[in-house]
Design a protein around this ligand. Structure first.
Ligand code: SF4
Length: 248
């Protein structure tokens, strides 16, 4: 196997092909059906239709994202395994802090992301040796140092589009007639949960519509980066500890 640094020069298709050959059934694509994720799915469909695809259903997704699951199933034939948060953890969190706790303060928002996104994904990824995500360096300052291949706690993460621009993504979509999430046509530039995402104004940063009410916090949910902006290192606290921390 080549050193990860040697893989940095591969274009997205070649990196995906290498990953399919190297990890086989232990490789998974995680997507929320944003533009980058759709480009990766389209590329993957030309390499190996049997590749596994997962998506997180946080329970707070916009209906348009469910529409995208149906489109991907029909267009590409991917089964799309939907990952849900733990029912007991959601019930405890919502009972104590209310359904819209994320508007209260940043720790509450991060608690919600941890319970609805980070933990379910980590549980699912434990089934695999490698996963593919649609991150790009130019999406935000937090992502500027992103590597195409990284390893964390024995799990390899691939970001084949790390060095692509938004224009390259748009060009690929147009050239290959890749389906687009309907919310882009309504001014969204990045798409997550319905109550935490809005359209952006001309000139605003790409991720300005995510948790738009927060000031001076990284526009990250914790899947890829910790709340302080550092690379995510894995679970280290219990939900009970997080709830205590959010109460503080
Ligand atoms: Fe909760 Fe909002 Fe994070 Fe979704 S984006 S998990 S609703 S805080």
């Amino acid at each position: 196997m080549p050193a990860y640094d040697e893989l940095e020069s591969l274009d997205p298709q070649d990196l995906l092909r290498w990953a399919v050959d190297t990890y086989g059934d232990s490789l998974v694509i995680s997507t929320s059906f944003q533009r980058e994720g759709m480009v990766i799915l389209d590329m993957a469909s030309r390499i190996h239709l049997g590749i596994r695809v997962i998506t997180l259903d946080t329970g707070r997704l916009p209906e348009e994202t469910h529409h995208m699951i149906e489109i991907v199933r029909r267009r590409y034939g991917f089964r799309v395994e939907t990952v849900f948060p733990d029912y007991d953890e959601v019930e405890e969190m919502v009972s104590r802090h209310g359904p819209n706790l994320f508007y209260q303060n940043a720790p509450m928002r991060m608690l919600c992301c941890e319970v609805r996104k980070v933990r379910p994904l980590q549980r699912k990824l434990a089934e695999f040796r490698a996963w593919v995500a649609g991150l790009r360096r130019s999406q935000s300052a937090t992502r500027s140092g992103l590597r195409k291949v990284e390893e964390e706690n024995g799990l390899v993460k691939l970001s084949p589009l790390a060095d692509w621009t938004g224009q390259q993504v748009a060009d690929y979509i147009r050239l290959h007639h890749v389906p687009e999430h309907p919310l882009y046509a309504r001014g969204y530039a990045s798409i997550g949960c319905a109550p935490c995402t809005r359209a952006v104004q001309p000139g605003e940063a790409e991720r300005a519509g995510r948790w738009w009410w927060e000031r001076d916090t990284p526009k990250e949910c914790g899947i890829h980066f910790s709340p302080d902006g550092s690379v995510r290192r894995g679970p280290d606290v219990t939900v009970g500890e997080m709830l205590k921390g959010a109460n503080a």
